[in-house]
Design a protein around this ligand. Structure first.
Ligand code: FAD
Length: 585
């Protein structure tokens, strides 16, 4: 900013008129510049005498005698001030004198020519103690010299300098001065004076320092908390987070934990935490799981959300006419994986026992079903023969009677067999997480898989929608398929045995891949394998050929599909798509 003109002050002659601006070391202490108590003295209204003199001068200048020398006229005009100016010069002086900011006018070496009352009050110096002294009288030697160098470079190139200096008052008190220095140029554009204005900003500095310290303390507390903390704005942008958050960010390989947690709450708990909190409702201790990339076990978090309503920070809100403040979501997530694993372990033990029981009863059912099927076939032939021959005499009649007796006995045996079939307990439909079920089955099968030297490649989808379904049935389904893969790997001569399991979220359903690098199925058998009693294994012992037929039935109940992938020829790849069960018995 270029310097302002100040030529008029210099042009004032030192007459007794009140329009005089007294500057410079020659000015009499307190004369016409206001004293230390001076604001009062210098703001007095003009006396009747002074007013009369000014009025007389104005009348004279309005119609000066014809012989008045022009230079006298010029001086008198200057004394009276410009009659066309909106304000008399005295007003300018009083304004500076009474301004609430400390003002000084110096020469071009910073030697003080004038200071106002506020300067006296702030620095503790009377004006007669500083006039003629350098402004450096205020320096407390704590301001780096580089700042002064920059200050001087700026003002000497006729620009305004603004900055902060550490000043010392007359009685030795330090304060921070926020300073504006402007050069004042003469008519020729040369620097004539410097105008300095400063105010004490120590309080603001302390407040800022307190705020910074408070921020550091809050951050230290936040970072030491063993809970993930993140503050989101209404658009879901991150405003603040802590160390636990950053750790999880690393574990998720750069995926924003806030996004992953929010998505998991939507999919697993059925609500959007942001929407809920923006509506004014919080939530507490909702457990969800996240799967970090490359990890086979999910991590569990207990999440809570609190609404934080910030006050309106806009300038409009200064006088209380505040808009509704910004709404934020403070999301807290406490990792509970260890506790969850303990619960899971106990659950798994229970499952193991239950599955063994289930398998036993399914084995019995399968064997009985196979036996009754096998009895049914010859029985149908006997029934057909007795119907065909009708009632006959002689030996043939005797033979037909025998056949009828065999048929009746067989039907009784068949009825006994059917009655012996253990009935299936109806299973209630619940919301199931397919990743969790598969992982449970894998854990149940771990010992067998390890003993068979199988390398498992488990690639669950990070997020899966929960499906309504029958947990036990689905568990049996996965067990059938994994058992089949294990049997196939046993029959293969491969040195490296691999089992790959993967899940993928489709639109409202879930795809599951169970793939082994065993011998695979010939193309012709890929559909037949789903028929009852089809057994393609080399080692048939203990196999009734009902596994895939039952698997198909379970998949059907979950509105899904199951197929052996034709496009895969390096073993067997079973592809399943599971949706919600239409009815939940
Ligand atoms: P100095 O040796 O006086 O100066 C330090 C450095 O400043 C020098 O190395 C040099 O680079 C530069 N410098 C000083 N004087 C000049 C000059 N005349 N020409 C070119 N470069 C120069 N200082 C304060 O500490 N507090 C104030 O409130 C304050 N108010 C000021 C108001 C005005 C209007 C002006 C013009 C200056 C003000 N100063 C103020 C600056 C002051 O004049 C001194 O420059 C400063 O205090 C450093 O003084 P010093 O004795 O510590 O060092």
């Amino acid at each position: 900013m270029a310097g302002s003109r100040f030529a008029q002050a210099e042009a004032r002659p030192g007459t007794g008129a009140d329009v005089r601006l007294t500057v410079g070391p020659d000015a009499a202490p307190g004369a016409n510049t206001g004293s230390r108590t001076g604001a009062g003295a210098s703001t007095r209204p003009p006396s009747a005498e002074e007013t009369e003199a000014m009025n007389a001068l104005a009348r004279f200048l309005a119609a000066p005698p014809a012989d008045t020398p022009p230079e006298v006229l010029r001086v008198l005009t200057l004394m009276a001030g410009d009659p066309d100016a909106p304000l008399p010069p005295r007003v300018y002086f009083e304004t500076v004198e009474q301004a609430p900011v400390a003002i000084s006018i110096t020469d071009d070496k910073a030697d003080i020519l004038y200071v106002n009352a506020a300067f006296e009050q702030l620095t503790g110096y009377d004006r007669d103690q500083v006039i003629g002294r350098n402004q450096s009288i205020l320096s407390n030697n704590a301001t780096p010299s580089s700042i002064y160098q920059q200050l001087w470079r700026t003002i000497q190139s006729k620009n305004t300098w603004t900055g902060i200096l550490v000043n010392r008052t007359r009685d030795g008190g330090d304060y921070l001065a926020e300073l504006i220095i402007s050069p004042v140029l003469d008519a020729g554009g040369r620097i004539r004076f410097f105008l300095g204005m400063h105010r004490d900003v120590t309080r603001e500095h302390r407040l800022e320092a307190d705020l910074r310290a408070q921020k550091i303390r809050s951050e230290a507390v936040l970072n030491a908390a063993p809970v993930l903390v993140v503050l989101l704005d209404a658009e879901g942008r991150i405003m603040l987070d802590n160390m636990e958050y950053k750790k999880l960010l690393g574990d998720l390989r750069g995926e924003e934990p806030a996004r992953a947690l929010r998505q998991a709450l939507i999919e697993q708990a059925g609500f959007d935490p942001l929407e809920r909190v923006l509506k004014g409702d919080g939530f507490k201790d909702v457990e969800i799981s996240l799967l970090a990339p490359g990890s086979s076990a999910p991590r569990w978090f207990s999440c809570s959300g609190v609404a934080v309503n910030e006050s309106d920070a806009s300038v409009r809100g200064y006088f209380g006419a505040a808009e509704a403040g910004e709404h934020r979501l403070l999301l807290l997530a406490n990792e509970v994986t260890a506790r969850r694993r303990e619960i899971d372990r106990a659950h798994l033990e229970h499952l193991r026992a239950r599955l063994a029981e289930q398998q036993l009863s399914e084995g019995v059912r399968e064997a009985l079903a196979a036996a009754s099927y096998q009895i049914e076939q010859p029985l149908n032939l006997i029934r057909a023969a007795t119907t065909m021959f009708g009632d006959r005499d002689g030996e043939l009649g005797l033979f037909i009677d025998h056949l009828r007796q065999i048929s009746t006995a067989s039907e009784r045996a068949l009825a006994t067999l059917r009655a012996a079939l253990p009935s299936e307990a109806p299973e209630a439909g619940v919301m199931v997480n397919i990743n969790e079920l598969l992982r449970h089955v894998l854990e149940l099968e771990t010992d067998r898989l390890l003993a068979a030297g199988v390398v498992i490649d488990w690639q669950p989808a990070m997020q899966l929608p929960e499906l309504s379904g029958h947990r036990n049935q689905l568990r049996s389904l996965f067990k059938y398929l994994i058992d089949n893969a294990l049997q196939a790997l046993h029959e293969s001569r491969r040195a490296q045995r691999e089992l790959r399991l993967a899940t993928r979220a489709l639109d409202g359903s879930v795809e599951v891949i169970i793939q082994d690098n065993g011998p695979g199925l010939p193309a012709a058998d890929r559909l037949k394998a789903f028929e009852p009693f089809f057994v393609g294994w080399r080692r048939r012992r203990g196999r009734a050929g009902m596994g895939l037929a039952l698997a198909q039935e379970i998949v059907n109940q979950h509105s899904g599909t199951i197929e052996i992938d034709d496009a895969f020829d390096d073993g067997c790849r079973v592809k399943l798509v599971l949706s919600h069960t239409p009815s939940q018995e």
